[in-house]
Design a protein around this ligand. Structure first.
Ligand code: KG4
Ligand code: ZN
Length: 361
């Protein structure tokens, strides 16, 4: 099964072609990404209107590049075209869906609407053989959730952030320290030459034994420390970055450990990290420790599949067809973009935003 996937829900215009064999083997035939950096420079975050315009300008080219790189000469040979249909910035999501619907109609191939979070949830299966069920920590710019993944479309949420997402906290820390955007990689870079013991940052929700996260206190701690120092030096920035990163890693791994204990009761012993923040090496190292201590297996996709990409959307589309068949095309074509779209059906989810993804700063 060969599927084209299109991703436009935030600041990446991305398209990819993925092939899924009957045995479940996956091959990424192409993966093209354009990251909007210059478009949002100087605004301190992503401007939704500018993002949507930039997607309009690039979507067709990126899509045809992905088809060309994959050696697809006849688009009607594809088994489907998938596009992120939410959650995300509505203007961008509309662009991706319209592009995919146009391809679907003009080449008579099925259109498969994909939940962006499902793309992240399945992304580890792009490169690794990861059988269901597994425990998933989804950490991105808009989400921080722990989910039990039992199959395609089968998700049970164990915990979520009660305030900011982890990526958002990285982005805001970078903004406060004037490191530039996107914040995650900038903070990670700055932290390399920092002392991660110089400041004592809080341990959010440490005494609570649920699996929820809270990141806004860390962000405030960063602000308090940064404002206390007049004329922040390069070294101060590095030290604050290192302390924040360590505190975030400690918080994420501590809460995940609680979820691992719950998941073990159902025989689950595999942890998958996904989403942009999973690209962070210090965070990965913290997880290595807890995973080894409990004799679990951990799978983290390569960085290019942690951050937003078209391959995970193509795979989610292909996996949907394999699990449930081609979606009803009348309904798919009529589906409106969804700014919010929680992955699990747990109504509790709505309490904490249930799938919000907004401008990252
Ligand atoms: O998954 P993603 O590309 O987009 C969303 O779905 O939100 O995640 C983007 C987020 C941003 O907040 C970015 O700063 C963060 O992931 N990120 C990182 C790293 N690379 C990207 N955070 C920490 N360390 C990184 N190396
Ligand atoms: Zn994402």
């Amino acid at each position: 099964m060969t599927v084209l996937g299109i991703e436009t829900s935030c600041d990446e215009t991305a398209a990819a072609v993925v092939q899924l064999s009957d045995q479940g083997r996956t091959e990424v035939l192409s993966n093209v990404i354009y990251t909007q950096a210059t478009e949002h420079e100087g605004f301190g975050g992503i401007v939704p209107e500018l993002a949507a315009r930039a997607h309009v300008e690039r979507a067709d080219q990126i899509t045809s590049d992905a088809l060309k790189d994959a050696g697809i000469l006849d688009v009607s040979q594809l088994d489907g075209v998938a596009a992120t249909s939410g959650p995300g910035l509505i203007g961008g999501v509309m662009v991706g869906m319209m592009t995919a619907k146009a391809i679907s109609l003009s080449h008579a191939i099925p259109f498969i609407p994909v939940n962006h979070l499902e793309g992240h949830a399945l992304s580890a299966r792009l490169t690794d053989d990861v059988p269901f069920p597994y425990l998933l920590l989804l950490v991105s710019g808009g989400h921080t959730q722990l989910l039990l993944v039992s199959g395609v479309g089968q998700y049970r949420r164990l915990g979520t952030t009660i305030d900011d997402a982890a990526g958002e906290a990285f982005d805001k820390t970078a903004k406060l320290l004037n490191l530039g955007q996107p914040g995650g990689p900038k903070v990670e870079d700055a932290a390399r030459s920092g002392n991660d013991e110089r400041f004592a940052f809080p341990r959010p929700l440490h005494q609570r034994d649920d699996c929820d996260f809270s990141l806004s206190g860390l962000k405030t701690a960063v602000r308090v420390v940064a404002e206390r120092i007049t004329d922040l030096t390069q070294q101060d920035r590095a030290d604050i970055s290192a302390c924040f990163q360590r505190a975030a890693a400690r918080h994420l791994s501590h809460k995940t450990l609680g979820a691992m204990k719950i998941a073990e009761r159902s025989g689950v012993k595999t942890l998958v990290l996904a989403g942009g923040v999973a690209a962070n090496n210090v965070i990965r190292q913290h997880f290595d420790e807890i995973v080894q201590a409990r004799d679990w297996k951990m799978v983290v996709p390569p960085a290019k599949y942690c951050t937003d990409n078209g391959a995970m959307i193509a795979l989610a589309g292909a996996e949907q067809i394999r699990a449930r068949g081609i979606p009803d095309q009348t309904k798919a074509m009529e589906l409106a973009p969804r700014p919010r779209w929680p992955l699990d059906s747990n109504p509790e989810g709505a309490r904490h935003g249930g799938g919000k993804k907004g401008p990252k700063a």
